[in-house]
Design a protein around this ligand. Structure first.
Ligand SMILES: Cc1cc2nc3c(=O)[nH]c(=O)nc-3n(C[C@H](O)[C@H](O)[C@H](O)COP(=O)(O)OP(=O)(O)OC[C@H]3O[C@@H](n4cnc5c(N)ncnc54)[C@H](O)[C@@H]3O)c2cc1C
Length: 522
């Protein structure tokens, strides 16, 4: 008898969701995690110099978590998760004191667009209306399923009018879509920023539907009460209730393969754990090159792993503040609602800034600052001592600063000071209310979570040959690999990175299907 039914490598949110789904189906599993805490990107840390100030050093804005299928199925609310969805969801503050606003209520968003362009407000409504059924009937179900081979998918889409329209719109690049459908440069910039947030290369054809889908989506940014780690704690509780074990501060050294089948894991401490299958939430390099004996990786698989692309534009630099009072934006004199804005974007006025940002990333240099962030304590006072606040800003910056990631260690604080300067221009009260601050570079991200290679928080680029059935690469796109019993379940699999839990959720379907176990999935 093997020690467990399954071993899961890593204990980020995808791994924990997989583990809890398998546990609910009656399987015995163990997750092996190198850090002292489970949750991966769901991290909340307390400022060691100022107890009571909590900072979310990775994922903070979590899109539509409460509508994810696993959220209800794993009863995460019962396990302590609680989400907040602020009404003024996003505000882009322009240099001339205006604000482009996204509300949870689409009518209010339309009114804000209309202040910039009547025609763009009409386009927003038109696209929203047209894409609601496409999103509901095609894109959402696709993201929650094991992907189909591209030819099969296309043939299926061509059978319906909605499918044909989706193919037509996705033939454009996000940039083409926005320039064709919207006229105001700030509206164009705002829409592309959102798509850029999901790290699609805005120039690449095949992703034109992303913005229309975004406009149609009722799913807005949410935050976890108590900090992002509160979701990790709820997931852990669901795992433990279903009988799962989590081994912290444990690193896998080797995936054991016997008779052509994954049969266990040897840890860096020399312990051998046996199982009927192994599921890796790590990146393809870690899974196929670092942990498998080279004799088990055929030449063509090795080549595909080596060709796997990480995102150029994904790495984030972060500035975190402890504050005596929340930022008060100059623009709120004309727009008092900004005092309760959730995500705030600054430094972005014109669509022409995008090519400039890309050019800087390619050159490894720092572009003029475009940043976004939030003041979590406006909505959840539990993340700071009474009357105090925390706030942060993120900026996309190149991993290899001036050719080398190590340069970040000496450049970090100076860049944080530059971001604070821009922040103060928009929120003058920040002068004199900062109690403490710290910065995190793209290199720090990779140090903490090495699966985010090159600081790529999505763990793999979204390019046409790395999405759906081909993510991470052809032959491993249904969560199954060339080795029987070895599965993938992390962000390098469909539908990709961010806190969606869907790679882990879909991997559970594939594994239970292969084992012939009914998992309670509809
Ligand atoms: C600064 C920053 C901000 C972000 N903001 C957002 C946001 O606002 N919204 C959003 O949705 N997403 C955001 N993300 C992205 C999000 O955090 C990731 O896409 C998500 O965490 C990926 O989930 P995962 O479960 O696949 O992997 P992870 O969360 O990275 O978990 C992987 C786990 O594997 C462990 N591990 C790695 N290597 C090994 C090893 N060799 N052995 C054992 N264990 C190992 C890690 O320690 C980790 O616990 C952000 C990320 C960063 C860095």
């Amino acid at each position: 008898m093997p020690d467990y039914d399954g071993i899961i490598l890593g204990a980020g949110h995808n791994a924990l969701i997989l583990q809890a789904c398998l546990g609910k189906a009656g399987l015995r599993t163990i997750a092996i995690e190198r850090r002292h805490v489970a949750g991966g990107g769901l991290t909340t840390v307390e400022d060691p110099r100022h107890p009571g100030f909590l900072h979310n050093t990775h994922a903070f804005f979590q899109r539509a978590i409460t509508t994810m299928p696993w959220y209800a199925e794993l009863e995460l609310a019962r396990h302590g998760a609680h989400y907040i969805e602020p009404e003024l969801n996003v505000a882009l503050l322009t240099g001339d004191g205006r604000a482009l606003e996204w509300w949870t209520d689409v009518d209010r968003t339309v009114r804000s667009f209309a202040e910039f362009s009547r025609r763009d407000a009409d386009a927003l409504r038109r696209w929203q209306h047209e894409f609601v059924p496409i999103l509901r009937d095609i894109l959402l179900p696709e993201s929650r399923s094991v992907p189909l081979p591209p030819d099969e998918r296309r043939a299926l889409l061509e059978r319906s009018a909605a499918g044909r329209r989706l193919l037509e719109v996705s033939a454009l690049s996000p940039l083409e879509f926005v320039l064709q459908e919207f006229e105001h440069p700030t509206v164009q910039a705002g829409l592309l920023f959102f798509n850029g947030l999901r790290e699609v290369d805005l120039r690449v054809r095949g992703f034109g539907h992303h913005i229309a889908a975004l406009l149609a989506s009722p799913a807005k940014a949410q935050m976890s009460r108590g900090g992002s780690a509160a979701l990790a704690r709820a997931l852990e509780a669901a795992v433990r209730e279903s009988g799962g074990a989590i081994a912290l501060m444990t690193e896998p050294a080797r995936i054991v393969v016997e008779n052509g089948r994954a049969a266990g894991v040897e840890t860096a401490d020399g312990e051998r754990i046996s199982a009927r299958f192994v599921a890796s939430s790590l990146n393809p390099t870690q899974t196929f090159i670092d942990l498998l004996d080279p004799s088990l990786v055929p030449h063509e698989i090795r080549e595909r792993v080596e060709r796997f692309q990480y995102n150029l534009l994904a790495p984030l630099f972060a500035l975190h503040l402890n504050l005596r009072e929340p930022p008060r934006y100059r623009a709120s004199a004309a727009h008092p609602e900004l005092e309760r804005a959730f995500m705030v974007i600054m430094g972005l006025d014109h669509v022409d800034q995008f090519p400039e940002i890309v050019r800087h990333h390619e050159a490894g240099t720092i572009p003029p600052t475009v940043m976004w962030g939030a003041c979590p304590t406006l909505f959840d006072p539990s993340q700071a001592p009474p009357g105090r606040h925390t706030a942060f800003m993120w900026e996309k910056l190149p991993y290899r600063l001036h050719g080398q990631a190590a340069n970040w260690d000496s450049a970090r604080d100076a860049h944080g000071a530059e971001m604070l300067k821009l922040w103060r221009r928009h929120a003058p009260n920040l002068e004199g209310v900062v109690i403490d601050s710290f910065t995190r570079s793209p290199l720090d991200v990779e140090r903490e979570l090495p699966n985010m290679r090159y600081g790529d928080l999505l763990v793999g680029a979204f390019t046409n040959d790395q999405v759906g059935f081909n993510r991470p690469f052809p032959g491993a796109g249904t969560y199954r690999t060339h080795i029987s019993g070895l599965y993938l379940c992390g962000s390098s699999s469909h539908p990709g990175g961010n806190i969606t839990g869907l790679p882990g959720y879909n991997a559970a379907k594939a594994i239970l299907n292969d084992l012939g176990v009914r998992g309670g999935f509809p």
